[in-house]
Design a protein around this ligand. Structure first.
Ligand SMILES: Nc1ncnc2c1ncn2[C@@H]1O[C@H](COP(=O)(O)OP(=O)(O)O)[C@@H](O)[C@H]1O
Ligand SMILES: [Mg+2]
Length: 370
């Protein structure tokens, strides 16, 4: 059997377990205790605890109603979900082995049916497209009457940066229509690109990247529980390499310790980067320095030879950008472009052209702001 992932095993179970998010956690805890749930946007870089906090908050706030009144949808997964898959009948799905269908499969099958019949009622016979399915996925949960209707429902839209501009407009209306019965919690790496209308209807809570000073004692605690032999230089290296992303930090510690021998600083560095991450970083650095042709060569290799998915490449570009020290305006402009391309990839005939355009924009924005 695969050993459990430490990032899952040591995931915060209570408010006290969160590292380095005192402000946001204090607020969430107070809200849950007082039984109030505004719409919220949890924003901050990857691996800082947003998704875990959204889940814990919902559990505490909903109590017994959690099972019936809670849903989490990963926007990236839903908007990338194929229409052909969604079209599968729920009964046919039920016949599949548990390992061959996910909760999302079942949900999307319901969504498809619902949206299709709405369209039919308007006299439209075509199948819904992906963006109609995404809207339907949000609306279906928000609009359904539940057993515990004395409580509002909570819908977490995870990785909501994958919502396009027009989707945000539609979302704003959905939020208004169901404001009595459903609260929305969004998670996103940044507020850049978000519609002011959605932001003004939500409480924004910032999850900053976790400092090395906070990460080291946390990692050291895990090392103790796992009986690792690790010196302080190696612990510092894990914290430094992770750049404030605790999921990454914990995974890195686990990988560096996998051979059962003492964990050293050198081993941490060796384990820290997959080829994929290294290549994306190099590709981005080249684009930023103006070496566009070389940057594009790496992209061709990643997509064409190594067969990485365009969505993964986009996500890795976004992660990399967030960690670099651009001026806020420049970073916002770049992330806007990433969001736009990420969205277009869903329909794109040729992802290579799309991401090439993205690299060109990033290079241009970088040169303009130097
Ligand atoms: N603030 C934190 N305190 C403790 N562990 C954390 C924290 N942030 C992230 N982690 C670790 O990283 C994992 C992923 O966190 P997650 O909530 O998914 O981050 P995000 O949604 O911000 O990317 C958690 O399961 C946990 O192991
Ligand atoms: Mg998350």
């Amino acid at each position: 059997m695969e050993p459990p992932l430490w990032s899952v095993k040591y995931s915060p179970q209570s408010w006290d377990d969160f590292i380095g998010q005192d402000r946001a956690i204090t607020q969430l805890r107070k809200l849950a205790e007082s039984g109030s749930c505004p719409n919220m946007i949890l924003h901050g870089p990857y691996g800082t605890g947003k998704t875990t906090a959204a889940l814990l908050f919902s559990r505490e706030f909903l109590g017994d109603a959690f099972t019936s009144n809670f849903k989490m949808l990963n926007v990236r997964n839903v908007s990338g979900y194929s229409v052909a898959q969604a079209k599968r009948d729920i009964k046919a799905l039920a016949k599949l082995d548990r390992s061959e269908r996910t909760e999302l499969d079942e949900y999307m099958s319901l969504v498809f049916k619902e949206v299709k019949s709405e369209l039919n009622a308007k006299g439209r016979t075509r199948d819904p497209n992906r963006s109609q399915l995404l809207q339907g996925a949000i609306r279906l949960f928000a609009s359904t009457v539940t057993v515990s209707d004395e409580k509002v429902k909570v819908l977490v839209l995870d990785e909501a940066d994958a919502l396009s501009g027009s989707m945000q407009q539609a979302l704003r209306r959905t939020m208004e229509i169901y404001s009595d019965v459903c609260r929305f919690i969004f998670t996103t790496p940044t507020l850049a690109g978000w519609s002011p209308a959605v932001i003004s209807r939500s409480l924004s809570l910032n999850f900053p990247s976790v400092s090395e000073g906070d990460a080291v004692p946390f990692l050291s605690g895990i090392a103790k529980k796992e009986n690792l032999e690790i010196d302080s230089a190696a612990l510092d290296a894990v914290a430094r390499e992770s750049g404030g992303d605790l999921r990454f930090a914990v995974n890195l510690l686990q990988i560096a310790a996998a051979d059962g021998r003492p964990v050293t600083e050198t081993k941490v560095y060796e384990s820290s980067e997959t080829e994929f991450v290294k290549s994306v970083r190099k590709m981005l650095d080249l684009a930023i320095s103006g070496a566009f042709v070389d940057s594009r060569k790496i992209l061709r290799n990643l997509l064409g030879v190594k067969n990485h998915s365009p969505g993964d490449v986009c996500l890795a570009i976004q992660r990399n950008l967030i960690r670099k020290r651009f001026k806020p305006q420049a970073l916002k402009a770049m992330l806007d472009r990433v969001a736009e391309i990420d969205h277009r990839l869903v329909q794109a005939q040729n992802p290579f052209i799309q991401i090439t355009a993205l690299l060109a924009s990033i290079g241009r924005i970088a040169s303009e702001t130097q």
